[in-house]
Design a protein around this ligand. Structure first.
Ligand code: ZN
Length: 315
């Protein structure tokens, strides 16, 4: 007997600008849990340079006291009888920046202990499904900060991503010199290490492919060429993990805002509009990995505009 999903009608204002807590929802026979790795703080102009500054005066709940959007970095653990997958794997043990004007705290490192608190070891994972090859989604595939551990925690685990992502974003695996130290690592070198670690177990998948019972791949290009969403369906209910197609709940209401981090702005807009149509379907919910402490929600439509409505979760 599963409880039906309902709206969280009284969401504390602070949740719209807080680091996400570990929260779960039941999707039919499956359980989906946000697993924390860390946080990325960014100012709105860093994401939307052409945005309207006055918007934030009217919607202060989306910014923390420092004026930052507070975006979680982590993964979505999907558990069923007999299998467990993780969608994205956070930043890994690292602190970055502020390297660019507009970034605040950027820190990862909690994912493995967060999983352990949920009773999951990395060796329990049937697969890690990757939405796209950006460093805040492929953490823990290399030892960027902890050389004491010889083998990266996720190595040897089946990894899944679209063929377009691997070929267009991950093409080539430049190797770094053995004299490099961790302190010398630049993001480019870290990226090369991540690709090296992923290569032996990566399985390339295409549109509609099922990676676990009820979990299918859906191309959602624009943020990167092979960016993917994952559709998780059980018992007539669907959860759509849409990766970085949307970076914040405010983008649900403003899908036309041009995101500076999108590889193809026009394609990204088309993807956001397609996702909004899917998310508006009955019994369909969304997971926004960077959505502060309102990662689980549904898309409501009021007078022609969309908005993010958080749903009840278990802590
Ligand atoms: Zn991201």
């Amino acid at each position: 007997m599963t409880r039906s999903i309902s709206d969280a009608t009284n969401v504390a204002t602070s949740r719209w600008h807080s680091v996400p807590r570990t929260r779960s929802v039941r999707i039919g026979q499956l359980r989906a849990t946000y697993v924390a790795d860390g946080v990325i703080e960014a100012t709105p102009p860093l994401l939307w340079p052409s945005g309207d500054a006055t918007y934030w005066e009217a919607h202060p709940e989306h910014l923390d006291p420092g004026g930052f959007l507070v975006m979680g970095a982590g993964g979505l653990l999907v558990e069923a009888d007999g299998w467990t997958i993780l969608i994205d794997s956070g930043l890994g043990p690292m602190t970055i920046g502020p390297t660019v004007n507009g970034l605040g705290t950027v820190q990862g490192g909690a994912l493995i202990s967060s999983l352990e608190r949920l009773g999951t070891r990395t060796t329990d994972l049937s697969a890690v499904a990757i939405t796209h090859l950006h460093l805040d989604h492929v953490g823990w595939w290399c030892n960027s900060a902890d050389q004491s551990e010889a083998t990266p925690p996720l190595s040897g685990i089946r990894a899944v991503m679209t063929a377009e992502e691997w070929e267009d974003v991950g093409h080539g695996t430049p190797s770094r010199s053995s004299s490099d130290t961790v302190d010398d690592l630049t993001p480019a070198q870290q990226f090369a290490d991540v690709l090296d670690a992923l290569k032996p177990t990566t399985e390339l998948v295409g549109e509609g492919e099922e990676i676990a019972p009820g979990v299918t791949v859906h191309r959602a290009p624009g943020h990167t060429p092979g960016h993917a969403a994952y559709r998780i369906t059980s018992g007539g209910t669907t959860l759509l993990a849409f990766g970085d197609a949307f970076h914040s709940p405010v983008q649900i209401a403003h899908p036309d805002w041009v995101d500076a981090t999108d590889h193809d702005p026009r394609g990204a807009l088309d993807t956001r509009l397609n996702l909004l149509a899917s998310l508006s379907e009955p019994d369909t919910f969304g997971f926004g990995i960077h959505f502060s402490d309102v990662v689980f929600g549904r898309v409501a439509r009021d007078k022609g505009t969309y908005r993010w409505q958080p749903i009840e979760t278990e802590l």
